[in-house]
Design a binder for this molecule. Structure first.
Ligand SMILES: Nc1nc2c(ncn2[C@@H]2O[C@H](COP(=O)(O)OP(=O)(O)OP(=O)(O)O)[C@@H](O)[C@H]2O)c(=O)[nH]1
Ligand SMILES: [Mg+2]
Length: 349
């Protein structure tokens, strides 16, 4: 029986999607209305559309995002990165509960570049965040698994926009700190936090220098279970504090915040998220938050311009022939590569 009902629901959803694909603009307006009205099913459906790898879903996805962006901009976005198993999900759940208790509506998203391969850390995250996932003021969405059109991080940024349209005012994005998606996640967040664990040899913990430089906050987790561990956490924190003080000062804003504690201790997490919130209050008041978002937007525009320009060139009807000619000429090697490329571009009309 339950199976039949599930199948029916799936079929209903599919037929709605088919209908929406055929009239993207009208459907997008209606769907975003439902999303803004608090319909979680509609939110989940819209997120699936922006995550879709099918080119035929893109017009609808773009129409949805076009609608959503008009209700966006009010939420604060946190990025939390760290090595696998550092305690990110545990920390996010505790922080999320604190935030909902303070009257916020919290959405949790994840970017896991490995999820395509493993089938997703989906189950892990939902069970680890069981309390938060069931809270009426929270929404927990695992990383898109498998292929998406613009990449997993891009899909997560779009999902964040939809969550904002749904009225979530705090968005926490978890990403595994392996250096593949942090640039993008940092670019879509107002505060980027690096999570470490005590010890880890020389304290490097496989964290790329770039990620370290970007951190607005560093938290050494698992500082619990005895004095030794707490001291080890303090030592790790010091290693990073001095490493960071040697790096160039952040381009804008304040120096990073440093903290240590246990994600299993709700009070500690509440204290820390309070500090992060205060930091964002200051950034909002001083205008640096606005400046940061503006710069992030410019960087994204720049990337998009590059991607779109490349696509236009590659999709140009004369491109394949010109490209072939260029390759055929290669053995002669009598022109410099940049001159060849310039010639090729000039030859396309
Ligand atoms: N002792 C202790 N254990 C913790 C703490 N935080 C998390 N854990 C445990 O560490 C394990 C991994 O925690 P997760 O929150 O799943 O870690 P994660 O960083 O989200 O892991 P991935 O998403 O797989 O990268 C779980 O068994 C947690 O219960 C902490 O502060 N102290
Ligand atoms: Mg996790």
């Amino acid at each position: 029986m339950a199976k039949d009902r599930e199948k029916e629901a799936r079929e209903r959803a599919m037929s709605r999607i088919r209908e929406a694909r055929s009239k993207p603009a009208d459907s997008a307006e209606r769907w975003i209305e439902q999303v803004a009205g608090g319909d979680r099913g509609a939110l989940a459906r819209c997120i699936s559309i922006v995550e879709s790898a099918r080119p035929e879903d893109r017009p609808l996805a773009e129409a949805l995002l076009g609608q959503a962006v008009q209700c966006g901009g009010h939420a604060r976005r946190y990025g939390i990165t760290g090595i696998p198993g550092a305690g990110k999900s545990t920390w996010i759940e505790a922080a999320g509960i604190t935030l909902v208790e303070r009257g916020h509506r919290v959405a949790v998203l994840a970017v896991d570049p490995s999820s395509g391969r493993t089938g997703g850390s989906l189950l892990g995250d939902k069970t680890r965040m069981a309390t938060l996932a069931q809270h009426p003021q929270a929404f927990v969405r695992p990383s898109p698994s498998g292929k998406t059109l613009g990449g997993i991080a891009a899909a997560t940024g779009e999902a964040a926009l939809l969550c904002e349209a749904a009225g979530f005012d705090r968005i926490l994005i978890e990403t595994v700190g392996v250096g593949q998606s942090e640039t993008e996640v940092r670019r879509m967040t107002d505060l980027f936090m690096l999570m470490l664990i005590p010890g880890g040899g020389d304290g490097v913990q496989g964290i790329k220098r770039g990620i370290l430089e970007w951190a607005d906050a560093v938290w050494v987790n698992k500082a619990d279970g005895g004095r030794e561990r707490i001291e080890a956490a303090g030592a790790t924190l010091n290693v990073y504090r001095s490493a960071l003080s040697l790096l160039a000062a952040p381009a804008e804003g304040e120096p990073p915040l440093f903290g240590q504690g246990s994600a299993l201790d709700r009070n500690m997490v509440a204290e820390w998220i309070g500090q992060l919130e205060a930091r964002l209050d200051d950034a909002a008041a001083s205008g640096s938050l606005h400046a940061r978002r503006r710069r992030q937007m410019m960087e994204s525009l720049d990337d998009l311009l590059e991607r779109e320009a490349l696509l236009q060139v590659r999709n140009h009807p004369q491109f394949p022939e010109a490209w072939q000619r260029l390759q055929d000429d290669l053995p002669r090697l009598q022109t410099l590569p940049f001159a060849q490329v310039r010639q090729l571009l000039e030859g396309l009309d």
